[in-house]
Ligand binder design. Structure first.
Ligand SMILES: [Zn+2]
Length: 334
């Protein structure tokens, strides 16, 4: 593989099937769903989902206390942690409406894809670089939710939404609308990807396939909040494009390696995990990723001598971590 002076791939040629140097260059990891700003609450424990991240919950009360500089520093801290772990792009849910998008210390070629929560009456102020991230189906009125997603489609922005994470909200939707929050969203909204899907059933996953939407799995977050483990077998066997997210930075370290390890305990093939953790996750955000000409989001890993070629992908998905990273290769890396 040849790189130019900007670290962009300009030529790729398969030279050998054998690992001869114990060095591997692979696409950097992509975190399909993170809330970077709440890293200052790292270590919090003993609360349920609603208390942690619900309306007026611990996270929102905390974020309201931060000055713009403090918010900036929080995001910078999360960014540095993610980068250290070989994650070279993320889809970051930003709270605080349009103004919550302002602090952003991430520069250079890092692929940061912000998802804002714009106020309905300020939609026209949404910056060009931002997409729309919705808390859940109850975040706005039914009319406003439709307005929000139609607006995003008109401007060609992505819409991601947390769905079927909270079993109570799912039940509430059933009694209110006669269907789950996921079915309601598929019928009424035009979201590009659904996050969590902890309580989705097989019929719903089939319906997602027919709507050609993506899914984002945040397994360690679901375990942390005790909100329920998603139907991983059905999701993996579906033809949905799936990404992997760490979710709130306050829950755990921003390590996609650890997410892959947790998922691998559910009998998911390493090849699939590596694809979800890199190219597929980025695809959901509409960006190109991987070993290709003109791209530059690579990590150079040191492979221990005991790892054989035939087991390389299993090793990457179940044992590798940030300690194996020798070099991060990014265009204009900062
Ligand atoms: Zn989330």
């Amino acid at each position: 593989m040849l790189l130019d002076h900007n670290n962009e791939v300009i030529e790729i040629e398969e030279l050998s099937q054998n690992i001869e140097t114990n060095t591997l260059i692979m696409p950097g990891l992509f975190n399909s769903h993170v809330h970077a700003a709440d890293i200052g609450l790292r270590g919090i424990d003993g609360y349920g989902l609603k208390e942690l991240v619900g309306p007026n919950g611990i996270k929102h009360r905390y974020l309201d206390t931060l000055t713009a500089d403090q918010l900036n520093n929080s995001i910078l801290k999360a960014y540095n942690e993610a980068k250290e772990y070989g994650t070279l792009g993320w889809s970051d849910f930003r709270e605080g409406g349009i103004s919550g998008l302002k602090p952003y210390p991430v520069n250079g070629s890092y692929s940061h894809i912000p998802f804002a929560r714009p106020e309905i009456d300020k939609l026209e102020l949404l910056p060009k670089f931002a997409n729309i991230g919705i808390r859940d189906v109850a975040a706005h009125t039914e009319y406003e939710m439709k307005q929000l997603t139609e607006f995003s489609k008109k401007l060609d922005r992505k819409v991601f939404i947390h769905i079927s994470e909270d079993i109570n909200l799912r039940d509430e939707w059933r009694s209110k609308f006669g269907c789950s929050d996921l079915i309601w969203a598929l019928d009424n909204l035009k979201a590009d990807a659904y996050i969590h899907l902890s309580h989705a059933d097989e019929d719903e996953i089939e319906l997602m396939e027919s709507h050609e939407v993506g899914g984002i799995i945040c397994l360690r977050s679901n375990i942390f909040t005790k909100s329920g483990v998603p139907p991983l077998k059905s999701l993996i066997e579906s033809n949905l494009t799936l990404g992997i997210g760490t979710d709130n930075a306050m829950f755990s370290e921003l390590s996609i390696w650890e997410e892959m390890k947790a998922l691998s305990r559910h009998d998911i093939k390493s090849n699939k995990l590596l694809k979800m953790a890199t190219i597929d996750g980025a695809t959901l955000c509409g960006i190109l990723w991987g070993l290709d000409k003109g791209l530059s989001n690579l990590i150079q890993l040191n492979i221990p001598k005991y790892v054989e070629n035939a087991n390389l992908k299993d090793w990457l998905a179940t044992e590798c971590d940030q300690r194996n990273i020798e070099q991060i290769i990014m265009n204009q890396y900062q």
